[in-house]
Write a protein that binds this ligand. Structure first.
Ligand code: GDG
Length: 463
């Protein structure tokens, strides 16, 4: 059995992993089961370069981490990763802030990280790299002579070729992806976009069998939707629901329902459109006044990027004006919280909210949609309102699907969700829960590792 080496922009604290998101837990579990290495940025920035790595051993897992210099942080992380690739891959060409030094920083950090990891690699190791920060990682490792099996999973969307073309480095980015043996995408749309780019730009690479052959190597691109640890999240929601039950009972007595949204405060998540849709619903259905509250949790993220500061100001303005327009001394229509909430409380809030609103303008998958489903009481479940542009919509067809740009339609669907009869809610929820279980994060993890284990011919075998 090969040892697993996971590489991601940030390493999670394995000792705290159960308190954080599903991905950290899944990676931690897989690493603990197989033994292995987790390598990435430790979250710190330093004025000057250092070769000193953080090395921690938790069970059979070595966690190896490195700080970034201030310059690396600004060019690689804030710059190329989050001011070029993130907006571009979310179809927001208008927000791309391309500068040549950003790409230089991106390549520098990928090269530096590859060189730092190389001495720790053993023969037969499998390297699994995560997300857009580290697309060049395999190419950089191979340039250093590593011939290990390498896989990559893209957590965000892969857009059509016309959009990718807005980055002057698009040809390199795709060639770099082709240095992996397995490349995983969230949805068939992403996979098709990638395959089409290869077909159109790299002559004779795409085989009739869907396997890409180039430079003497084979690359398997696949769709593998990520999920959550369903059993763990359901248990969390059941266990902690009691803590907020008083709030739930109070709302039941007052006949007040709750719509909930939980997102990092990111322009891709469609939060202003959601506020506008809620306002539209109140305008069109005045009978709903004082009967429903919209609770939006939106913890801060990437505040060093200008576009994030702008979206924050926009949201503060919108929630203020909607509350000013519709609110009363005994009713605040929108409760907007710009702070993180502990995970157990989040699970309980999902369970106690009649509607879950997940309406990104574009999203790789969106785990909140799956968490909302897993948290419900099957006997009296809430209704998921889901954007057609979330990767999750490909699986969760039994949600109320909306176009997040159409605030009028969204408002109507929210109202429909609030008055959906119990039987329909139960039927939809049962089907949704089935789908959420089918892509449980454990299955996702095992499937990717199996693919990587079985990948590659002689060229991909570790030297
Ligand atoms: C990327 C892709 C893809 C949010 N607020 C709080 C909090 N959260 C948790 C949620 C959920 C996670 O963070 C967010 O996951 P998402 O999937 O919704 O979104 P991204 O962060 O953009 O993740 C995405 C994902 O990678 C995995 O592949 O699905 O499309 O963009 O678990 O619950 N957790 C706590 N407090 C908060 O206030 N504790």
């Amino acid at each position: 059995m090969s040892r697993l080496v996971v590489v991601s922009n940030r390493v999670a604290d394995l000792r705290q992993a159960t308190q954080s998101g599903g991905l950290a837990v899944a990676i931690a579990d897989a690493l603990k089961a197989k033994g292995g290495v987790w390598f990435g940025w430790d979250g710190n920035t330093l004025e000057n370069e250092t070769e000193k790595l953080g090395i921690d051993r938790v069970g059979d897992v070595d966690v190896i981490s490195s700080p970034l210099t201030v310059e690396d942080y600004s060019q690689y992380y804030i710059g190329y990763a989050n001011s070029v690739l993130w907006p571009l891959f979310h179809y927001r060409v208008d927000l791309v802030d391309y500068r040549p030094q950003y790409f230089e920083g991106y390549m520098r950090v990928n090269g530096k990280f590859a060189a730092l990891l190389k001495p720790f690699l053993k023969q037969g190791d499998m390297v699994w790299v995560h997300d857009y920060h580290l697309i060049p990682f395999a190419e950089r490792l191979r340039a250093l002579g590593c011939r290990h099996k390498m896989g990559f999973f893209l957590h965000i969307p892969f857009p059509p070729a016309d959009i990718i073309a807005a980055s002057p480095n698009h040809a390199y980015l795709v060639e770099a992806l082709l240095q992996y043996d397995v490349v995983g995408f969230q949805t068939s749309t992403d996979l098709n976009n990638f395959n089409r780019y290869v077909e159109e730009n790299i002559p004779d690479a795409m085989g009739a069998d869907g396997v890409i052959r180039c430079g003497g190597r084979t690359v398997r691109a696949l769709r593998l939707p990520i999920g959550i640890d369903v059993a763990q999240f359901t248990e969390l929601a059941e266990k902690t629901f009691e803590d907020i039950n008083i709030d739930h009972m109070r709302r039941a007595i007052l006949r007040q329902r709750q719509i909930v949204g939980v997102d990092r405060l990111d322009y891709s998540k469609g939060i202003p459109e959601r506020f506008e849709a809620f306002s539209r619903m109140l305008h069109l259905h005045p009978e709903l006044e004082k009967t429903v509250t919209f609770l939006q949790i939106a913890p801060p993220t990437r505040e060093d990027v200008t576009a994030y500061a702008e979206i924050r100001m926009r949201l503060e303005g919108l929630s203020g004006s909607i509350n000013g327009k519709f609110g009363d001394i005994d009713w605040v229509p929108i409760r907007y919280i710009h702070r993180p909430v502990p995970r157990p409380r989040l699970a309980a809030m999902f369970r106690s909210s009649e509607v879950g609103l997940v309406t990104p303008l574009r999203d790789g998958m969106n785990l909140v949609a799956k968490e909302y489903v897993a948290a419900q009481d099957p006997a009296d479940p809430g209704v998921l309102v889901l954007s057609q542009f979330a990767g999750a919509a490909e699986e969760l067809e039994d949600a109320l699907i909306v176009n997040p740009h159409d605030t009028e339609e969204m408002g109507e669907k929210m109202e429909l969700a609030l008055r959906m009869p119990l039987e329909e809610r139960q039927n939809r929820h049962a089907r949704l829960l089935d789908r959420v279980k089918q892509s449980d994060v454990g299955i996702w993890m095992e499937t990717f590792i199996d693919q990587l284990e079985g990948a590659g011919g002689a060229d991909s075998v570790a030297a």
